[in-house]
Design a protein around this ligand. Sequence first.
Ligand SMILES: Cc1ncc(COP(=O)(O)O)c(C=O)c1O
Length: 415
Amino acid sequence: MVKNLQKSLIEKETLYGANNYSPLPLVLNKGQGVYLWDVDGNKYLDMMSAYSAVSHGHSHPELINVLVEQSKKLAITSRAFYTEPFGEYIEKLSTLSGFSNILPMNTGAEAVETAIKAARRWGYFTKGIEQNKAEIIVANGNFHGRTTTIVGFSSEDDYKRGFGPFSPGFVEADYCSSSCDCANVCEKSIDSISKLINKNTCAVLVEPIQGEGGIITPRDGWLKQLRQLCDEKNILLILDEIQSGLGRTGKLFAFQHEDIVPDGLILGKALGGGLLPVSAFLSNEEVMSHFNPGSHGSTFGGNPLAAKVASKALDLLFDDSLIENSREMGSYLANELRSMECKIIKEVRGKGLWIGVEIEQNISAKKICLSLMEEGILAKETHETVIRFAPPLIITKEEIDWAIARIKKVFNSYT
Ligand SMILES: Cc1ncc(COP(=O)(O)O)c(C=O)c1O
């Protein structure tokens, strides 16, 4: 009878939904820490964290407390007014990140759109690019969200099919992959970016690690070279750290692995503490000064409730040692996966608690995720042959050991 409940809820989603997702066949109704429960009471280890949005763990009690208290006091006003929590929140994010100015948004895609607008205005107003000629270089395999502008420069046909016409002004260069066969850093990628630069180029927009692209990890030194190139050519380097930021890779920001600083940074997901959609574009005064009242905005962006929750989410990165745990547990999990000696594993890659396991091409990653689900582990495939493991950053060694035993059992059942 209880099983029927899952079935009927799935039927409802299918009947009344838009069919733009293909979820695993289970219906969740509770989350706590690293665990999720379905409506039948079955418990699962969440190794996906809502695409890295739940870094703090589900329903973190301190975040819930802030959410409840602030929503009783003042939740939404729009930015037609100054509000108490907003200034304090952006001061904290600025101090923490080193970026002087912050423009708040809600979803990741909105913050990417904000970065695009900022880069174009900087291109026209600071660099002197001729009106409507600005170009932004993006990477193949990118994922920056789902608006029509953003999917327009995706390399995935399925993200674009039937959604054109798309915005002009984006050109695609090669991304760097750690498995490329370049002798040094990654000449192929840096050369292809160089070749696309012209007097109209205002920015290079990339992810420091391509998450949706399959946890593609560039070679060490690539970001540094990209930074140098952008400096030489007077181009903004904008990093989309919506997924890689806020501790996911074992550093506060992924760019810190390379000791560089981008001109613009895009954050989202974990910024909302796993409770609310909170995103932001961060940059310096020169870039941000080109926004004026009326040029950009969002009804919900920077609302008091989001500001208070995001502010607490930032504190908890340190109070709960999430960044160190990501680094330590990430390297433990990656080593355990690497030493599994399982025939179906081609490669284990990633940084911190953001790990992609590339499996042999003749095996369906989705099927493996279904088998993992049967064993009590929720993970999601990306690009047919990659299974990503990105648990909440609070996961412990014991929980990883529990998962590894089950992952091993499932992987071995496919050989
Ligand atoms: C790197 C990156 N950029 C942008 C986005 C889009 O964020 P949202 O789904 O919140 O719009 C995502 C989402 O997965 C992402 O991983």
